[in-house]
Design a protein around this ligand. Structure first.
Ligand code: AMP
Length: 282
């Protein structure tokens, strides 16, 4: 496995692999890897000859009051996980390798980026789409792998790839969870033992939504209200949003007008902001 911080050298190595007839899979990450990331690399390895994992804590997707400076950085352990999962190359640029001080260009998905996560984290998705565009241009993959964990992110990336004719196929991989249902996240390590126990209620609320959709005739807003009440009754959870939304447009559903919905939750447990989601049949 090669570890390479230079965009130009990474591009060259991938071009050489392509010339040898290999298919390229790309797995963008911010490091602090866990089994969720590993599942993406493994899936890439099962479908592509040459897998590039990227590790870059992208400053432009963090707001001024967010956790950029304290975001966990665990490069040695990350590289070991990439190696075990079957990556061929790990691209590990520094901020200065990715952004010159004169940078002016951004890539923006105008509508999908403004709701839900976009409304709570202004500018976040501009940072994501800009850096993912750059990663696609540097790594020129046939396929790129994203987690359903960041449901809105994978929709926005799909929109961008269609709109800008990026010659890459986006693959969305299932959410990997802890045994109590908490979605794995690099940010879970910020949780105290008490908060960690409380955090499992996000998944419980999603399961409640699924059960109510199946067993009652409640409308989507009635279901999300029950989910919110569940979270608030747990104590120690500050809900930012709970919605049942259309799985493509992310518009909040007011009635059972689609065969399925995505239940989306964002909440703070202590000072840690967590998100989770579940696709629910209606
Ligand atoms: P991040 O390092 O948080 O930017 O995540 C990198 C990629 O891993 C994104 O596509 C995430 O959606 C994906 N990911 C993060 N957590 C999980 C998880 N628990 N299960 C599956 N994919 C995940």
């Amino acid at each position: 496995m090669i570890v390479e911080p230079s965009p130009a050298k990474t591009h060259q190595m991938i071009r050489d692999a392509r010339r040898r007839g290999l298919t390229i899979g790309c797995v963008p990450t911010m490091g602090a890897l866990h089994e969720g990331h590993v599942s993406l690399i493994r899936q890439a390895k099962s479908e592509c000859d040459f897998v590039v994992a990227t590790i870059f804590v992208n400053p432009t997707q963090f707001g001024p009051n967010e956790d950029f400076s304290k975001y966990p950085r665990t490069l040695e352990a990350d590289l070991e996980m990439c190696r075990e999962a079957g990556a061929s190359l790990v691209f590990t640029p520094q901020t200065t390798d990715m952004y010159s001080p004169d940078t002016e260009t951004i890539v923006r998905v105008t509508k999908l980026s403004t709701v839900l996560e976009g409304a709570h984290r202004p500018g976040h998705f501009d940072g994501v789409t800009t850096v993912v565009s750059k990663l696609f241009l540097i790594t020129d993959p046939d396929k790129a792998y994203f987690g359903q964990k960041d449901f809105q992110q994978q929709l926005i990336i799909r929109r961008m790839v269609t709109d800008l004719n990026f010659p890459v196929q986006i693959v969305t991989c299932p959410i990997i969870r802890e045994s109590d249902g908490l979605a794995m996240s690099s940010r879970n390590r910020y949780l105290s033992p008490d908060e960690r126990r409380t955090a499992a209620q996000l998944y419980q609320a999603l399961m409640l939504g699924e059960k109510l959709a199946k067993e009652t005739t409640l409308s989507p807003p009635e279901i999300s209200a029950r989910m919110q009440a569940h979270l608030e009754s747990a104590g120690g959870i500050q809900v930012q949003y709970v919605v049942l939304a259309d799985t493509s447009s992310l518009e909040t559903l007011t009635a059972r007008t689609a065969p399925q919905a995505v239940g989306l939750i964002a909440a703070r447990v202590g000072t840690t902001r967590l998100i989770d989601n579940l696709v629910i049949s209606l």
